[in-house]
Design a protein around this ligand. Structure first.
Ligand code: PFF
Length: 459
């Protein structure tokens, strides 16, 4: 029944999928967004909400997305179309495709900064500079239109080149090589950071929940961060699941990807929080945290340039394996639904994201109207911030709610469970999955959205 276009593909092994899936999940979300947001929203309490969301909501949603993808062998729009023909569900898939564009545009801009910072740390630009000078290097770099659009262009080109190779030759091969490198560099950084003098305060901030610090806004940010980090809510895992063979165990694949992703996020926090406190810096600095604060840290530690370079290489590696999975969603849509060649589909998706990313790249000081686009809760937000909030937070929360309702109530858990059982002969957790995907996940997410509408001031 399902005809796979020759432009599609399939993972060569379970390990290949786990590495590619983890490659998608682990990215700027873990290493840049997670510590930054945890620092802004109260440290330990934010981390606790984030971890609870992963266990109670995200795992079930991830299994649901993989199941939808493998059952239909389709991109998100095609998947909903096949299971609920002539219904409005396809718009949920379309929201995913549009969200893919939205996220990839600003994601590539931030990823581009990592390229600039590799160059800066290798050439020792930060050596002997004080905090104020380091901040002005960041501001000068991000507010220079040629530098920021140029790095964005290089990063997007790299991503498109990998995607031209297709699923096995492209995504899987690169993930296999790059993911283990990332883990090694991160562990080295953690060891250095937690052994710094004064690290204990940062560890306490990070590990001990101080519930008084947590706001409603912080709860939404933590739940949104969990979806962002696990690549859920826009169909990435539907698309990746569609390349999984029937022999694979979807539950253990999902548990592996979620565990590796959470491990890397927590490690990133251990690498960054203690160091920030050890050097008396501000954890709530916001989007520039890593780029402004860390060069100070690297400056003050032994072999700082080496650590700094390693860190930004790691960030670039993590970002590229995620960005390919984000751009793959609109690309798979064009391949399946519009019958395009992979080359054309990737070119259109990547170029489209590049163009939308231009205003994002110009919104860090280059163009004032884009830098101070709107006021939200008394804080001026630029184009990039706004894209991050709309697509990186709300779209994913809505998309994940949609997936849970679709699998739990429309397509039905019986069919989902039958698909899961295909690669998992000893599957006995049917009732557990049904309970989480029908009740726990949708009720928790819906309650969050309702609170957001009813009590906006608490958020
Ligand atoms: N999970 C990626 C990260 O943590 O950086 C970002 C991401 C990838 C978000 C894929 C959404 C997505 F569908």
């Amino acid at each position: 029944m399902n005809t796979q276009s020759s432009e599609r593909g399939v993972w060569s092994s379970k390990l290949g999928f786990i590495l590619a899936g983890a490659g998608s999940a682990i990215g700027l979300g873990n290493i840049w967004r997670f510590p930054t947001t945890a620092g802004q929203y109260g440290g330990g309490a934010f981390v606790a909400v984030y971890l609870v969301s992963i266990a109670l909501i995200c795992l079930a949603v991830m299994i649901a997305e993989l199941t939808l993808g493998r059952h239909t062998l389709r991109n998100p729009v095609g998947a909903y179309n096949e299971l609920a023909p002539r219904s409005s569900w396809k718009y949920l898939g379309l929201l995913g495709v549009i969200t893919g564009w939205g996220i990839s545009s600003f994601y590539s801009v931030v990823a581009g900064w990592t390229l600039g910072y590799i160059f800066k740390t290798v050439t020792g630009v930060f050596t002997d500079l004080g905090p104020a000078e380091i901040e002005s290097v960041f501001v000068a770099f991000t507010s220079n239109p040629v530098a920021s659009i140029g790095c964005h262009a290089v990063f997007m080109t790299l991503t498109m080149l990998i995607l031209y190779g297709g699923v096995k030759a492209g995504i899987e091969k690169w993930s296999k090589i790059l993911m283990p490198v990332l883990l090694v560099i991160l562990v080295l950084l953690v060891i250095r950071s937690v052994t710094l003098e004064g690290a204990a305060e940062g560890l306490a901030f990070y590990i001990k929940p101080n519930w008084g610090n947590l706001t409603g806004e912080g709860v939404v940010a933590a739940v949104g961060q969990a979806f962002f980090s696990l690549s859920l809510g826009m169909g990435t895992m539907i698309t990746y699941g569609s390349y999984l063979s029937k022999k694979e165990n979807l539950v253990s694949s999902a548990v592996w990807v979620a565990s590796l992703d959470t491990l890397i996020a927590l490690l990133a926090g251990f690498a960054i929080m203690p160091a920030i406190f050890a050097f008396g810096l501000d954890p709530a600095k916001g989007a520039g945290l890593i780029f402004v604060v860390l060069p100070n840290v690297f400056n003050k530690i032994f072999l700082g340039n080496l650590f700094g370079t390693g860190f930004f290489v790691l960030l670039a590696v993590a970002a590229v394996t995620s960005l390919i999975s984000i751009v793959e969603v609109p690309a798979a849509y064009f391949i399946d639904e519009k019958k395009m060649s992979r080359k054309k589909a990737v070119t259109i998706s990547g170029l489209g994201a590049f163009l939308v990313g231009i205003p994002a790249a110009l919104s860090l000081g280059s163009v004032d109207s884009l830098t101070n686009l709107v006021q939200i809760r008394g804080k001026s937000q630029g184009f990039l911030d706004l894209m991050n909030i709309i697509f990186g937070q709300y779209s994913l929360i809505i998309g994940s709610l949609g997936v849970a309702v679709f699998v739990g109530w429309k397509w039905g858990v019986a069919k989902a469970n039958a698909e899961i059982a295909e690669g998992h002969p000893k599957y006995s957790a049917q009732a557990v999955f049904a309970f989480f995907i029908r009740f726990v996940a949708p009720i928790a997410v819906a309650a969050l959205l309702i609170c957001l509408i009813l009590f906006p001031d608490a958020f």
